[in-house]
Every structure is written in C-alpha cells, then in structure tokens.
Design a protein around this ligand. Structure first.
Ligand SMILES: Cc1ncc(COP(=O)(O)O)c(C=O)c1O
Length: 382
C-alpha cells in the first residue's frame, strides 16, 4: 500500500470557481478577494480580514502594522516552522524564544514574563498542529507589559479554546493557505483583526504602501494613487480567493473527518504502542492540522526510513528552530537552552492526516507504526 503524506481535496466546484475568475476581466486583487475576506471574518467572528500571499507575509505585515522594527524583541516559540521567527527578523527585530509545554508543544505561558525585557514589543504564539495556546494568560501578560499579541494561526483556522477563536483575544491572527493546509490556494495567507485601523494599514502594506489597489484604480475611471508608506508586494489575487471560497464553506465537514482520523490514531496509540502523542486539552477544539507521534530520539530517523519503505509518507514538524544552523550561528543558540522544544523536535514524526484518507489507510498506518516500533523495541530496551 502507498499512502501519501498529503493529498489535497480540490473539488469540481473549486475548479469551476477558479475558471470563473480566469474567464473574467480581473485576475488580481478585486471583488473575489473582498468576498473571501468578508466570509473569512464572518467564519472567525472577527471584524476584518486582509488576504495576502502567504502566512509568512501575513506575520511580516502584522508585525509591521503594530510598529515592530529594529531594536525590538518579539517573544515566540522555537517549536514552529522557521517562518515564524524569520518574519520577526524581516522587520529588523529579534525573536526571543521561550520553551514549550510538554503536553501540547505550545509556548509555555508561565515562562513568558521571565523572557520579557524593556525591548519586548510583542508576543507571537504559535498554535501548534492546530491547538490554541493559552491565549487568556498571554493576553493578560501582554496587557500588563503593553505588548501586542500576534497569533501564528497557520495551523488553527477551526480552533477554539474556552470559546475563543483565533483573532478574538489577540491584536491580529495570521493564517496560511499553503498547499497542505486545512484550506488551500497552493500559496496564500490572511491576517484577521478586530481593528479597522490596522486592517486599513495592512491593505496598504500588502501593496507597496499604495493608497489604492488595482481594482480601485481601474474599475471605473483612472484615478491617481499615492504611496503613503513603504509596503511590500503581498496582495492575494482573485484566482487564489476563488479557490478558497467553497473550501471555506465546507471547512467544518473536512475538520470532522480529520477529527475522526485523529481519534483513531489516539485510540490506537493510547497504551503499549511504544509511541506517545501530545494531548488535546479538554477545553480546546484543535483544528487538527497535523498529527504527530513521538518515538525514542535516537531511533526517530530510522523509524521514518522504515515507514517510508513500507509506503507511508511522513514528515517532521518541526526540528526546533533555535538549533538550525542560521539561528545557532547568528544568535549563539545551543542545545540545552529549550529542552522541551528539543525533546519534541528530536522525537517527533508526523503521520498522514487529510479528509481523503480512508479508514483502511489509517488502519494500515497504525499497524505499520506498531510493527516498526515493535521491531525496534528490543534495541531500545538495551
Ligand atoms: C506554524 C507555521 N507558521 C507559518 C507558516 C508559514 O506559512 P506560509 O507557507 O503560508 O508562509 C507555516 C507553514 O507551514 C507554519 O507551519
């Protein structure tokens, strides 16, 4: 059996929506983007959304919109994709890492205050694999120290914790529509916020700081535009938005299937399986973006090879960011500085998780993981 790590779920309706845009007059940022932004805001229960080309762009712009720049520090987690910390560096600020909780892999809110200095300007929590961080505690700390909170919700569109969704307790939440995300436009992203002022600023920042986008410049009569600030070229196109519209309509149905699959995995690995899983807390709805298992660190890469040889596509999300060459060389990070993130980064394997995965395929993955682990159990015991 061959089980891909990921298979997208683009429907005929999604394709028809894109063809509709391709047959129309307007391909770049226009009415379809606005429609997607409105619907996404409504889905989240947030005032405004601004569509961009990736979550990396979303994080970069959200930080800029809140005035983060050279000399500032932003507190974040090393258990994430490099994008999170890189976006901080794009602004000229410095990412300051705080270790994660053993149970969830999310930033440990109890350690945040110790990392705060007079240069700290923002907290950038990442909702790892789709489970929300302790946003109420993070909001409290931020308010006490006058910091902005920007959520990396790349994994967490459908998530909530104690009833709060991404964007509701923060100053802005950033989302990814990358090829393997819960809804996708191949590449794409968005920022959601309850601040009208920040949303207007973000609309300018995503397009060179221009006062008018293409739709406003050309749809009726030509109008002059001004450049009011230095911006970037991160605007979402109508083609990307068209691909997302119908996926957003079906987002909960797709989530339900991933939830079912995760429960099958969790049940199977609950005891005596030789692997451990992170936990979804009782007050939390995980968006179920990725499902990971943890195995003995010194055998992790061998287990990956074995699973691949038996036809299962796997990945590692993530090796801790502070141990990657650039971060070690630039900031002098060393092993031992963030032990929980290192433990997860050294032992984790991501299993296939997407709505098209059949029960039979899930059972094959479970059985194969158990077989491989049992084969290694002898060596691990030694
Ligand atoms: C936690 C996290 N943040 C940010 C990103 C960046 O998303 P994008 O590829 O849309 O820039 C990713 C991408 O996988 C991610 O996993």
């Amino acid at each position: 059996m061959r089980i891909e790590f990921y298979k997208h779920n683009i429907s005929q309706q999604d394709i028809d929506n894109v063809v509709g845009v391709l047959n129309s007059f307007f391909l770049t940022t226009g009415e379809v983007v606005s429609e997607f932004e409105d619907r996404f805001s409504r889905y989240l229960g947030c005032k405004r959304t601004v569509g961009v080309t990736s979550c990396t762009a979303a994080l970069h712009l959200a930080l800029l919109a809140y005035g983060i720049g050279p000399g500032d520090e932003v507190i974040t987690t090393p258990m994430t994709f490099v994008s999170t910390a890189n976006a901080v560096l794009f602004t000229g600020a410095k990412p300051v890492f705080v270790d994660v909780e053993p149970e969830t892999g999310n930033i440990n809110a109890d350690l945040i205050e110790d990392a705060a200095t007079s240069r700290t300007k923002a907290i950038l929590p990442v909702h790892l694999y789709g489970q929300t961080c302790d946003m109420r505690k993070i909001r409290e700390i931020a308010d006490k120290h006058h910091l902005a909170v920007i959520e990396d919700a790349a994994h967490a569109i459908e998530a909530s914790r104690d009833g709060a969704r991404p964007g509701q307790l923060s100053d802005a939440a950033c989302f990814s529509f990358y090829a393997t995300k819960n809804i996708t436009s191949g590449e794409g992203g968005a920022i959601s916020t309850n601040s009208e002022e920040i949303a207007e600023k973000l609309k300018k920042l995503r397009l060179h700081g221009m006062s008018k986008g293409a739709a406003e410049r050309y749809s009726k009569r030509y109008e002059h535009w001004d450049m009011e600030m230095l911006g970037w070229k991160y605007n979402m196109s109508n083609i990307q938005a068209a691909l997302l519209l119908n996926q957003l309509e079906n987002i909960e149905k797709r989530w339900q299937r991933r939830e079912q699959i995760c429960r099958m995995y969790e049940e199977a690995f609950k005891k005596d399986s030789g692997v451990t899983c992170l936990k979804v807390l009782p007050n939390s709805k995980s968006a179920r973006h990725l499902f990971t298992i943890q195995v003995a660190p010194d055998k992790r890469d061998e287990v990956i090879r074995q699973l691949e040889e038996r036809g299962i596509g796997v990945a590692v999300n993530f090796r801790a960011v502070h141990l990657l060459t650039f971060y070690r060389q630039t900031f002098g990070y060393k092993r031992g500085m963030y032990p929980m993130a290192e433990k997860i980064g050294d032992s984790t394997i991501t299993l296939p998780l997407y709505p098209k995965l059949t029960d039979e395929e899930v059972r094959y993955v479970i059985q194969t993981v158990k077989e491989v682990i049992a084969e290694y159990a002898q060596t691990w015991a030694e």
